[in-house]
Write a protein that binds this ligand. Structure first.
Ligand code: NDP
Length: 270
């Protein structure tokens, strides 16, 4: 019988996941179909999953914490960070994973000789990615517009700054190998993720700059290019988290590169 998968989110209309997964199902001859579902209330996630007869879902904003709460069994990394973006049903139980973080890790692995990383932003995406980067031996510092979200990071032992406390006049303290825009600044506006004088202190000293926003050149990436820095947007992160989710959906029947061959065609439709 055909298996059914979906993405849950609110909003969800813009998501590329249905196209990515359906291209891979079709290309690999796996009898399944992937759709989108506007989930308004996170506490209805489990009920909705079973009433639709799904085998698995991806979960996007704002339900990744609700997804964590809905699972019966959690993978150790998802358990540690408290955020789930992929759920698979097996024998009536929901198994939860996080594929955003390993997808992101793979996306930045092309930049070599990176030790120190500056995150611009401290939201949900920063939560899982900062944790995996630290596990992999990177030194992560977070710079955020406001203080509230930084609290849990400093409790967790990360160095954190707001725009006001960033040590702008100390060249050694503003040297980071990789600078990453983890905010939504530039997504639907022309804002930089931090004041220009801070960016003009850190970008020139960096080895590369990355944005998690995909499908457009943000003001942050434009500025980084002006300093001739190697850059990349969030497309690979999106692609890789999808491939890793697909591996879970299909119980590791296919290797990463085979799935990639089909799934990356979704990015030709921009
Ligand atoms: P959250 O809403 O959890 O966090 C938003 C963060 O952005 C906060 O740190 C917020 O700061 C900051 N911010 C928002 N607007 C501005 C601004 N104008 N200037 C400075 N800081 C700002 O978002 P997420 O972590 O879920 O998502 C962040 C980005 O990651 C989004 O652009 C999203 O599209 C992208 N993303 C990409 C993925 C991919 O696969 N490529 C996957 C998931 C997300 P404050 O605390 O002060 O409000």
């Amino acid at each position: 019988m055909k298996e059914l998968f979906a993405i849950f989110g609110n909003p969800v209309a813009h998501s590329k996941s249905p196209l990515m997964h359906n291209l891979a199902f079709e290309g690999l001859g796996y009898d399944a179909c992937y759709t989108r579902y506007l989930l308004e209330k996170g506490d209805k996630l489990k009920e909705t999953f079973f009433s639709l007869g799904l085998k698995g879902v991806n979960v996007t904003v704002p339900h990744k914490e609700a997804a964590f709460n809905a699972c019966d069994v959690l993978d150790p990394f998802a358990q540690k960070i408290g955020v789930v973006n992929t759920i698979v049903e097996r024998d009536g139980l929901l198994y939860g994973y996080n594929t955003d973080a390993p997808g992101f890790l793979k996306a930045i692995s092309e930049f070599t000789e990176i030790k120190t990383v500056l995150f611009l932003g401290a939201g949900g995406t920063a939560q899982s990615t900062s944790s995996i980067l630290r596990d992999e031996g990177y030194e992560v510092t977070l710079l955020n517009r406001s203080e509230g979200r930084l609290e849990k990071y400093s409790k967790d032992g990360f160095q954190t700054y707001t725009f006001d406390t960033f040590p702008l006049d100390d060249t050694a303290s503003t040297q980071f190998d990789l600078v990453i825009n983890m905010t939504s600044a530039g997504l639907e506006d022309d804002n930089l993720p931090a004041p220009k004088e801070i960016l003009e202190a850190v970008i020139p000293q960096s080895k590369a700059c990355v944005d998690v926003i995909y499908g457009k050149e943000t003001p942050f990436l434009k500025l980084s290019k002006r300093y001739n820095k190697p850059t990349k947007d969030g497309s690979d992160m999106l692609l890789y988290q999808g491939i890793i989710a697909f591996e879970y959906f299909t119980h590791h029947q296919y290797i990463f590169d085979k799935i990639r061959l089909h799934m990356q065609k979704a990015f030709d439709f921009n």
